[in-house]
Design a protein around this ligand. Structure first.
Ligand SMILES: [Zn+2]
Length: 365
């Protein structure tokens, strides 16, 4: 059985590679090394790592795959951890961090009994490069010029930030929302299909979507982006934040609602959070990791002369530090999902944590 699974998994990646001409392979090594690295990681992965192509994005003569990787327990009652990277094509480091974590999981699955026991209690779903077309073209938006993080059918309540909050004027300008009422872009629909299949009805699920390019510090954002009022399960977010800070006091992430920075139209995680909540009684916490890229620029101002320099650490030692520093957070989230019963607040505790969250994050609102 294990052997069959391995063949299926490896065949998907092998077939994908075999479909390409020599010229296309060379092109990918140059313009989309993240995909080459991901495929190498998947081809070497052990049997229990299951890989599928869930969408293909046409760019030039290429049909770039959107990969979905599944690891862990199959039962519908198990918690889910969803890791996403590469929503914005310029923020390559997000995909690299997710692929690095995937590679680390795959290696540990070979020998770590303790870790394999953990995997029997949780389902991990990873979409390391959601927007391969944008990444190939070295642009934030997808090949149609749509900013995927502005493309959900949800409108900001109150004043969204001009342009940055999402605009319908032109795909030639940044932060173009597209026409979400006519259906979301194929990349967003692919992610939605994964969420619709995996999350509703689960006791607990958690998502981490990895971005870069805003702020001095690494931040963890949670909904909402479309309004300043708190989400319903804000007590769980506060509980998770405290759990992290008590276990790892020397790590610094700033937890904040995205609305503390700016309001946007079409935020995918606002949309999915509301959708999942509507369908089930479990808890879903969608988080966005926003790696603070401004300090990479401060340390090396000439990065300003390269577009990718705004969003990615270009010095090797800094790049390596970023790749390793978030692994702990991702492992923590995995453990927190497995043991959610031990910390998810209920009753009075939930009420106290909600009050604390309102004071901490929403005093001004
Ligand atoms: Zn981003």
């Amino acid at each position: 059985m294990a052997e069959l699974k391995q063949q299926t998994c490896h065949r998907e990646v092998a077939e994908e590679k075999a479909r390409r001409s020599t010229g296309q392979r060379h092109c990918l090594r140059t313009f989309l090394p993240e995909l080459v690295e991901l495929e190498r990681t998947l081809a070497d992965a052990p049997a229990a790592v299951c890989t599928r192509v869930i969408e293909r994005i046409a760019v030039k003569d290429l049909a770039l795959p959107v990969y979905r990787v599944d690891i862990g327990a199959a039962g519908p009652d198990k918690p889910v951890v969803l890791m996403v990277g590469g929503v914005h094509g310029l923020e390559r480091i997000g995909s690299q961090v997710v692929t690095a974590w995937l590679g680390s999981l795959a290696e540990r699955m070979r020998w770590d009994d303790h870790f394999n026991e953990l995997l029997e209690k949780v389902r991990i779903v990873v979409l390391p490069i959601l927007n391969p077309g944008g990444m190939f073209l070295n642009q934030r938006a997808n090949p149609s010029g749509v900013d995927l993080m502005r493309n959900a059918p949800i409108t900001a309540q109150g004043e969204s930030t001009f342009l940055l909050g999402g605009q319908r004027l032109s795909p030639r300008l940044p932060w173009y929302t597209g026409e979400p009422e006519q259906g979301m872009e194929p990349e967003c629909e692919a992610l939605k299909a994964v969420i619709d299949e995996m999350l509703p009805g689960r006791p607990f699920s958690l998502a981490l979507d990895c971005h870069s390019g805003f702020g001095w510090q690494d931040q963890i954002w949670f909904p909402y982006a479309y309004r300043r009022r708190p989400m319903r399960r804000i007590d769980s977010v506060m509980a998770l934040k405290l759990l992290w800070e008590q276990a790892y006091p020397n790590h610094r992430y700033v937890f904040e609602p995205q609305s503390a920075h700016y309001l946007t139209h079409g935020d995918l995680w606002d949309y999915f959070y509301k959708q999942v909540n509507r369908q089930g009684a479990g808890t879903f916490i969608p988080l966005t990791l926003e790696m603070g890229s401004w300090r990479w620029l401060r340390k090396r101002p000439r990065q300003l002369f390269r577009m990718e320099g705004f969003f990615n650490p270009l010095v090797p030692h800094r790049h390596q530090r970023v790749l390793r520093s978030h692994l702990l957070l991702m492992d923590f989230l995995l453990h927190a999902a497995v043991s959610h019963d031990n910390w998810l607040p209920t009753g009075d505790q939930a009420r106290v944590l909600r009050e604390a969250a309102l004071t901490h994050w929403y005093r001004e609102a």
